[in-house]
Design a protein around this ligand. Structure first.
Ligand code: AKG
Ligand code: FE2
Length: 289
């Protein structure tokens, strides 16, 4: 099992993550707030398309992407907790001294993705993976954790109690220290079982995956994924350009500006190529309710 630490004990949580690659945070949410977020996500939960791009997500997992915008409770309460942000800052904050002056350059982690993952009864287990493969990260073997080694972290908040039977996230303890050539096997994975109110926080280098659901009820969990702030272009094109302007560009130019879905699934828009989504919408780059 994963070690459990109270969210308020920031240093203890950091120590466990450095040692195991992950930690269960107790006291992350009230039961009432979990019910609120479950309700916020519910109308958007839908089975993902056959041609979905996130090939590693089994098809029997319904998702609600863009949860950050869809749930005030998740965005303004869960993710603004100082203790959570202190842990994220420890692992993903970046401080450098400028090359040509003594200026200190400091950035804090940003949200990379947020999605509810509702594993339906009968679903098989997700393949064990390291989330940072989407950023083409490779790793060399470490004996002890080197601060700075990771570019991302994941946070999975229980929407219901999660168990080995209903698909609790499985993880491989210590796999954040593995080299790129070491691959996890299912027998090395242990379930991070969560009670409602708890959350599972892990480095994006830690091998993990959603479990199989052999029960008759859904395994609802809300995932928030963070990355270092420099994992983005200098100009914020997506905010700046209007839909009609982008539509008028050549496909090559759209791709160059980042309107592209790269393999395995970086840059997607609701699990779809952004340009397909964009063309289908007719109004607004980010369509839908
Ligand atoms: O559903 C889970 O427990 C984990 C999902 C996951 O690993 C992912 O979406 O990358
Ligand atoms: Fe993952």
């Amino acid at each position: 099992m994963a070690r459990c630490i109270d969210l308020s004990d920031v240093q203890a949580a950091i120590d466990v993550v450095e040692r195991d690659g992950c930690v269960i945070l107790k006291g992350f949410s009230s039961h009432e707030d979990v019910q609120k977020v479950n309700k916020d996500a519910e109308p958007y939960l839908k089975a993902i398309f056959q041609d979905h791009v996130s090939k590693s997500i089994p098809l029997g997992t319904a998702r609600c992407s863009r949860l950050f915008g869809r749930s005030t409770t998740a965005r303004e309460k869960w993710l603004q907790q100082p203790a959570l942000n202190a842990i994220l800052e420890h692992f993903l904050g970046t401080t450098t001294i400028s090359y040509n002056s003594d200026d200190i350059i400091k950035t804090s982690p940003i949200l990379s993705a947020s999605t509810t993952m509702d594993i339906r009864p009968g679903e098989k287990a997700q393949k064990l993976h390291r989330d940072d493969f989407i950023w083409q990260q490779t790793h060399t073997v470490q004996t002890t954790y080197k601060p700075g080694a990771d570019v991302g972290m994941g946070l999975i908040v229980a929407g219901v109690d999660t168990t080995a039977e209903n698909g609790a996230t499985r993880f491989v303890p210590g796999s954040h220290l593995w080299g790129h050539d070491q691959h996890p096997t299912d027998d090395q994975a242990v379930p991070a079982e969560l009670k409602v109110g708890e959350a599972f926080l892990f480095l994006s280098s830690t091998a993990h995956g959603g479990g199989a659901n052999s029960t008759t009820k859904n395994r609802t969990a809300h995932g928030f994924f963070f990355c270092r702030a420099y994992i983005r272009p200098e100009e914020n094109h997506y905010l700046w350009w209007k839909e009609d302007e982008v539509r008028s560009w050549s496909r090559d130019a759209q791709r160059q500006a980042g309107y592209v879905l790269d393999i395995p699934f970086i840059g997607h828009c609701d699990e779809v190529d952004p340009i397909e989504r964009f063309r289908a919408s007719g109004s607004g780059i980010f369509p839908g309710p």
